[in-house]
Design a protein around this ligand. Structure first.
Ligand SMILES: [Zn+2]
Ligand SMILES: [Zn+2]
Length: 435
């Protein structure tokens, strides 16, 4: 019997962590991220005795943020790839530096994580222990993202991680054609209940609206997550030959420079380079003042307006009737971005004594605002397709675990799969399943 323990991202998004244990008690941990909603930010900590390996699907901190914690006690190989390692380092360093939350690890453990990194290329089967193998497959979610196949005691478990099976401008879709027959699948459920609007139409509408604002002398703030989404927004503008000014600020700038160093993870490095050539990188306060008076597009984190450099621009945009804010990612309930989209009011509070930063905003938007979901997750149609395209050992007896989605998405997805003849559940945190 192989044991699968679910340590987080159960009926929620955040703090992903899955522990696989062989018959003889050898363990491998897949992802160890942080959550944002509650005080409990780390995945469940259980008995990690005999932990032999740690593996990461991708750099987003809901999957990677708590990885250094493992290196407080263990010195084990950390399976990842070069681009994910560099970005994980940037994101966690940043998180430790700016967060008020007392994470039970710091730079020392982060350094140890880096020192123990072991690079795996996709589709390369690697032995962790006796009858225990790991293989990465391209997940199409962000540059460097993978799905993980674990083969242990002759059972095959496939963990999708975050997946996208459709083309985006930044990267190629998931590639899972060589995944062998499975005994169990652990799948994300972020968009299990929703369908994305047709991508092409969305892109066209987005560029049309941006161009209109710019032609009327306004500015467009595009608050976007620094990892992947900012670069995707930039590539969409490039694709439709937008020729106004573009500014990029904050983490988006840093990550773009990293992407340039790892062209093999991008779909089209030439377009990316071309787009970046037209982009002005902004990092200083005085340059931001200049940008605020300018007429152009500003791409800047954070994606849900929960902080980041976007906050420095927001007042100038919100109070300007000819300007616009176009959000390009999913807005979680309760986030400032969601408040803006739903009520037309931007509310935000932040105080960071150390950096002398105090913000308190409650501003009714006079500018135009809209939401374009350039998602990097498979939607419901594509999730079902994905499952249909996988092969299971014995269809009536396989297990599909639905995680990484809210309560409704994960449970409805699981019961829908049961109706389609699969055996499926939405595990709760701390549950252990034997296969
Ligand atoms: Zn992700
Ligand atoms: Zn995620």
């Amino acid at each position: 019997m192989v044991k699968i323990s679910f340590l987080g991202s159960c009926r929620e998004i955040g703090r992903s962590g899955i522990l696989i244990e062989s018959k003889s008690g050898v363990k491998c941990l897949l992802d160890y991220g942080i959550g944002f909603n509650n005080e409990e930010r780390l995945p469940l900590e259980i008995d990690f005795k005999n932990l032999k390996a740690l593996a990461l699907t991708h750099s987003h901190i809901d999957h990677s943020g708590a990885l250094p914690f493992i290196y407080k006690k263990f010195k084990i190989p950390f399976f990842t790839n070069p681009i994910s390692l560099v970005i994980v380092d940037v994101l966690i360093r940043d998180m430790i530096k700016i967060s008020n939350y007392p994470y039970p690890y710091g730079f020392r453990e982060l350094d140890k994580l880096r020192e123990n990194a072991y690079f795996l290329s996709n589709k390369n089967r690697h032995r962790i222990d006796d009858k225990f193998f790991i293989t990465f497959f391209d997940a199409g979610h962000i540059p460097g993202s993978v799905s993980i196949l674990i083969e242990v005691d002759n059972k095959r478990i496939f963990y999708s991680g975050d997946i996208n099976t459709q083309n985006t401008n930044l990267i190629n879709p998931a590639n899972y054609i060589d995944v062998p027959q499975l005994d169990a699948l652990i799948i994300e459920s972020t968009y299990a209940l929703r369908e994305h609007p047709p991508r092409k139409l969305l892109e066209e509408k987005f560029v049309e609206k941006v161009t209109e604002v710019i032609e009327h002398g306004g500015k467009v703030l595009i608050p976007a997550f620094g990892v992947a989404r900012s670069q995707e927004a930039l590539l969409i503008l490039e694709k439709y030959n937008y020729n106004g000014k573009i500014f990029m600020d904050g983490l988006a700038r840093k990550i773009s420079n990293i992407y340039l160093e790892y062209p093999e993870y991008l779909r089209d490095i030439t377009s990316f380079k071309k787009a970046l050539k037209k982009t002005q990188f902004i990092s200083k306060k005085k340059d931001r003042m200049h940008v605020k008076k300018s007429n152009g597009v500003i791409i800047s984190p954070s994606g849900m307006l929960k902080g980041g450099a976007a906050i420095d621009y927001i007042e100038a945009i919100l109070t300007d009737p000819v300007s616009a804010i176009y959000l390009v990612g999913y807005q979680v309930e309760g986030s400032p971005g969601r408040g803006l989209i739903d009520n037309g009011i931007f509310e935000f509070k932040e105080s960071r004594k150390r950096k002398n930063i105090f913000y308190k905003f409650q501003i009714e938007a006079k500018c135009d605002y809209d939401y374009f979901d350039f998602s990097s997750h498979a939607d419901s149609l594509h999730l079902y397709d994905y499952i249909e395209n996988l092969e299971f050992q014995n269809k009536s007896n396989n297990d599909i675990f639905c995680i990484h989605g809210d309560n409704k998405s994960t449970t409805t997805f699981a019961s829908e799969l049961v109706k389609r003849g699969y055996s499926s559940v939405a595990p709760e945190i701390g549950e252990v399943y034997k296969i």
